[in-house]
Each structure stands twice: as structure tokens, then as C-alpha cells.
Write a protein that binds this ligand. Structure first.
Ligand code: FAD
Length: 380
């Protein structure tokens, strides 16, 4: 067994770290306060080849594996969780086209993502259905050579800045098996009847755009159906089984970043005439934080390696998603505690990390849903 990163992975890690350290600190706090999408980070990270990096070269991608992407994501989010997410989230949902689209769909929609020319979204969640994906109500009805889509989507990342996205809709309401009623469609945001409204006031990850989408008789051509009719639920599950690795990478980065800050502060700050780091109580906290990061990182690399090598393990992906997210939340909490009152003020990065970390336990499958997946596999 070899735990060494390859030379290419080491160099990706360094490029990502150098990029984040140079570009993020000057704007991270402001983007968070103003809830502003970091356009310049999007453009510059696309030039580095980080967006759509796992796409094949024919769609302008760098043909990277999930492990490579996880390493990049980890380094970026170690410096800032909101900005770090940018290069990966701009292509959110596009994998459904990559894995199930026709060649025409791929040629039309994919190449813009790595080039930094277009942004996509994934529209699954609705006001009445989040974890229960098969419970969605958005409908797509065939009318001649078109599909007519009506419904509402909630919490859609990139909703107001995307050019196109994937909408999950009910196409076969009479199908007895509820998981077979759904299909996926490409919908362009300029389509008549499509309206996205920004959701403001998020607790964290505020540089990332989140929107509510309303679709009122949105018409898309027949050829915008992605893959097979009735397979939409399965495509979305398959999608999450891969992208949860990237969320876990985000979480490992946040957990590591929180630890970095705690170590630095504990060395710099003195109480009772000695550095905080000299007290055993603080040392134990740092040791536990380090252990959490290391455990989550090992789980992450193994799960990502499995996806890259045709040995995808659904249980391993679900496990690292909740474990790494919880490690991020715990490390942010402990690190903030070590910062004392200063940690509670937004001059300190740990305050922003703390708010961002919580979302990792919620989106792309809550930690409860991840545990249900693990239990289902265990009890099969
Ligand atoms: C900032 C942000 C960005 C997002 N981006 C997107 C996006 O781009 N696209 C998209 O489609 N969605 C997106 N989401 C939605 C996200 O994936 C959902 O919020 C999440 O899946 C949970 O759904 P819900 O909020 O409806 O909670 P619910 O499903 O109502 O769950 C509420 C609580 O009950 C628990 N629970 C539910 N069912 C069970 C059960 N059977 N057993 C035990 N516990 C259970 C959950 O774990 C949770 O704690 C985003 C959400 C946020 C906040």
C-alpha cells in the first residue's frame, strides 16, 4: 500500500495552495459580508484548469481524477471555504450531462465550464422535498416536440448566475414505483417563464450564490431530456455519490484550516504569563483536531481513489461525507474557543469558517441521510 501522492498530485496541491494564499485573503471577508460571488476567482481558477477539471480534454477539461480534484479543493478551502468552493461549484450539475447526455448536449453545454465561460446548476430540492428526492412535485409534460415544465426549486446553488442547469421533474406520475417517475432536463436560465430569486442572509458560505427558482410554463425542446426518461432519480443519486467526495474535501480543508489558525493563535497568545500552547488542556485540543483531520483525510483519499479506479464504495463515500463534515464543525468550534473573544468577531477568519462548516453537514445529503445510506448497505 502506497500513501504517497504522485508528483502530479503534489504539484496540484502546491499550485492550489499558492493560488489560494495569494488571491483569497484580500477579498474573502468582503465577499462573505456582501454575499458577492467572486467573479475574479472564478476566471483565474478557470485559467489554472480547476473548473471542470475532470472533464475529458475534448470538452476542454484536464482529465483529472476525483482524488486530484479533492486535493485541490482541500487546499483551496483550507484558506477560505466560500471562495475555495468556486472552481468546483461553477459546473454543479453538469456531470449529469457528462455521464448521460448525448454527444450534441455535451458539445453544446460542457466546454464553457472549464473555459470559465458558463456556469451551471443542479435543481433537485424543492420547498416540500429535500432529502426525499423522489417526493418532488415539479412536472414536465410533453407537448408536441417540447417539454413544458412547471414548478419550484429551492436552495439552488448558482441559481441567479448560471447560464443553464439540470432540472429534475416528474414525467411519469402514474408509474407505480415513485423512483421511476422522474427525468432530468437541461434548462437554460434565459428561457421564458424561468425566474431565479437570490436567497439572502445565509449563515455561511455567503460568497456562493443560492436561489429559489420558479418555472411557469418553461418550454424546452424534446432533445433537452438528458438520458432516459424515468431514470432521473438514479442519475441524481449517482451524481451525489461522486460529488459528496468534493464536499468531503471541502470539509477536510475547513478542518485543516481551523487547526492551522488554532496552532498559530495558541503560539502567539499569552495568558497567565505563558503562551496558550504551553497548557496541556490546549495541547489536547490541538491533538484531537489533528487526529480528526488525519482520519477524515485518509477516508477521503480512499473513497476518491475508489471512484477513480472503478471500485466506488457507496458506504465509504457516505461515511466520509458525514465524518469529514462533523470534523470540520468540531474543529471550527474548538479553534474558535482557543481564540477566545477574538474568535467571535469577524476580523478573525475562524468566525467565517465556523459559519461555513455547518452547511457541510446539510447540503448534498444531510449527515442523517448519509448514515441511512451506510445502514442500508450494512443491513442489505
Ligand atoms: C446553501 C445551500 C445550497 C444548496 N444547494 C443545492 C443545490 O444546488 N441543488 C439542490 O437541489 N439542493 C441544494 N440544497 C438543498 C440541500 O441539499 C437540502 O437542504 C438538503 O438535502 C436537506 O433537505 P431539506 O432542507 O429539505 O431538509 P429535510 O429533508 O426536510 O430534512 C430536515 C431534517 O430532517 C432530517 N431527516 C430527513 N429525513 C430523515 C429520515 N428519514 N431519517 C432521519 N432524519 C431525517 C434531515 O437530516 C434534516 O436534519 C442546498 C441547500 C443549502 C442550504
Amino acid at each position: 500500500m502506497d500513501f504517497e501522492l504522485t508528483d502530479i498530485q503534489k504539484s496540484l496541491k502546491k499550485v492550489a495552495r499558492d493560488f489560494a494564499l495569494k488571491e483569497f485573503p484580500p477579498i474573502a471577508r468582503e465577499c462573505d459580508i456582501k454575499e458577492e460571488f467572486p467573479e475574479q476567482i472564478w476566471k483565474k481558477s478557470s485559467e489554472l484548469g480547476f473548473a471542470g477539471a475532470h472533464f475529458p480534454e475534448e470538452y476542454n477539461g484536464a482529465n483529472l481524477g476525483f482524488l486530484d480534484e479533492a486535493i485541490i479543493m482541500e487546499e483551496l478551502c483550507r484558506v477560505d471555504p466560500g471562495l475555495g468552493l468556486t472552481p468546483f461549484v461553477v459546473g454543479f450539475g453538469s456531470d449529469v450531462v457528462l455521464y448521460h447526455g448525448t454527444e450534441e448536449q455535451k458539445r453544446k453545454y460542457l466546454p464553457g465550464i472549464p473555459k470559465g465561460g458558463s456556469i451551471s446548476f443542479l435543481g433537485s430540492t424543492e420547498p416540500g422535498a429535500g432529502s426525499d428526492v423522489a417526493g418532488i412535485k415539479t412536472k414536465a409534460v410533453k407537448d408536441g416536440g417540447e417539454w413544458v415544465i412547471n414548478g419550484q426549486k429551492m436552495f439552488i446553488t448558482n441559481g441567479t448566475i448560471a447560464d443553464w442547469g439540470i432540472i429534475l421533474a416528474v414525467t411519469d406520475p402514474d408509474e407505480p414505483k415513485r423512483h421511476r417517475r422522474l427525468s432530468t432536463f437541461i434548462v437554460e436560465t434565459k428561457a421564458e417563464g424561468f425566474e431565479a430569486t437570490k436567497i439572502e442572509g445565509k449563515m455561511g458560505l455567503r460568497a456562493s450564490d443560492t436561489a429559489e427558482i420558479a418555472m411557469d410554463d418553461v418550454r424546452v425542446p424534446e432533445e433537452n431530456l438528458v438520458g432516459e426518461r424515468g431514470r432521473g432519480f438514479y442519475y441524481i443519486m449517482e451524481f451525489f455519490d461522486m460529488t459528496r467526495i468534493i464536499v468531503a474535501a471541502q470539509a477536510v480543508g475547513v478542518a485543516q484550516g481551523a487547526l492551522d489558525m488554532a496552532v498559530k493563535y495558541a503560539k502567539d497568545r499569552e495568558t497567565f504569563g505563558q503562551p496558550l500552547a504551553s497548557y496541556q488542556g490546549i495541547q489536547f485540543e490541538l491533538a484531537e483536531m489533528q487526529t480528526r483531520v488525519e482520519a477524515a483525510r485518509n477516508m477521503l483519499y480512499k473513497a476518491a481513489w475508489g471512484v477513480d479506479n472503478g471500485k466506488q464504495n457507496i458506504m465509504a463515500v457516505a461515511a466520509v461525507k458525514w465524518f469529514a463534515a462533523e470534523a470540520a464543525v468540531k474543529n471550527c468550534d474548538r479553534s474558535l474557543q482557543i481564540h477566545g473573544g477574538y474568535g467571535y468577531i469577524n476580523d478573525m477568519d475562524i468566525e467565517r469558517f465556523y459559519r461555513a462548516a455547518k452547511l457541510l453537514e446539510i447540503y448534498e445529503g444531510t449527515k442523517e441521510i448519509e448514515k441511512l445510506i451506510i445502514a442500508r448497505e450494512l443491513l442489505k
